[in-house]
Design a protein. Sequence first.
Lengths: 222, 265
Amino acid sequence: MNFVAPLLLSLKLSSVTTLLLIVLGVPFAYWLVFTRFRWKFLVESVVALPLVLPPTVLGFYLLMVIGGNSFIGQWYEAIFNKPLAFSFQGLVLGSFLYSLPFAVQPIQTAFSSVDKKLLEASWSLGRSNVYTFFRVILPLSRHGIITGCVLSFAHTLGEFGVILMIGGNIPGVTRVASVAIYDEVQSLNYGSANMYAAILLSFSFIILAAVYFINRRFVRTL
Amino acid sequence: MEKITGYGLLTVFILIFGFSLPVQAGDNILIAAASNLRFAMHEICQDFREENSSIQTKVSYGSSGNFFAQIKQGAPFDIFFSADATYPELLEKEGLTAKETQKVYAVGKIVLWVPKVSKVEPYKGLQTVTFSEVKKLAIANPRHAPYGRAAEESLRYYGLWEKVKGKLIYGENISQTAQFVHTGAADAGIVALSLAISPKMSHEGRYWLIPEESHSDIEQIYVVLKKGEEKKSIRKFLNFIKGEKGGSILSRYGFVIPDNGDNRS
């Protein structure tokens, strides 16, 4: 068994998921902060769901939605000539939903904590929304964006239940590090299970330490 | 804002398409194997690769019922080594298999296994599981693991099921069940003989072969799936398993190899 492959797969999954989450999460968080949409609280509840849902609930419904018997699953297979469930792309979709609150919430908090007076100043000086966003909101929210990045990366790295349900345990395709631990334990290879576990543990610790370090520095510069 | 959303969507599509490009691995066999094969299949694949270095075998292990569900949902396996005859049959009915490829490749056995340190003497028979030393008895989940079903049948056959029901812990598949006893989380377990005599377990405990009349035959059947129908490497792999080398590995792991020509469809 290739020891490194699951780790690389985990890194790849976390990177792709984080990238997607930031690219889509930033405009989405912006919308959440500035919209006057009546039912915004419902949208926010949906985003926060993965925080409280058992991963198996998400995994089950995802499998129903993207599996080979569903409309979406068949549509995807017709276009790409391979199933979405039990594929890397399926995992990206699952991880995206599962880590959504970890990206959106810190960014949303950061956006909404930007002083409204600064925005009004920018607007009244004739700057557009886009200019204001890039030159005022974004720079003032960088800690929130970094936190969102780091947390969604770490959360995806630690994902297990959703991946096992929608990805199975296919070597090189969906066997990420967290699933590899499960597999190694069942193979009675406690040594390599321990290696994976120790790597994930240290990595998670380093990531969280980095988040707290960044936030501490941010508070100080206020 | 529209501009940003536009770029965002563009990036997403590029990413999705980029990762969707078919990674054409020429001779890759994706195998779903019942987890009683965990150690035997590993050896088979190693030996097979020595002869066919151009063919890559990738094996996932799990309970047969779980694989059945996954294959129905479109899991991309080429061949499925089930621990029973039922699931390949059901897959055939669903039209997910290549025609006339079902074959019995091994007949399995179950054993009562206890860790080395245990005071329980498994040789005294299955009723030892009712002793007070056995606080937890591990079996595979009978709902989707054929070896769990066999364990339940044997316990019922000896009239022990009702007595041990409260002690049972269920492994998701037979190798998780073995892991439960191996780690001492359970005091005894009903596991596959193929796991009990694997190098990992044989030095760590003792076992007693559960008489075969107490459960229905564990006829293990493989079936080639639609996804693997066209692959030439599959034929090579199956010939290897049915051949002398594959057969000798399987019998070394305690499987009974059926006579050739027992094709099912």
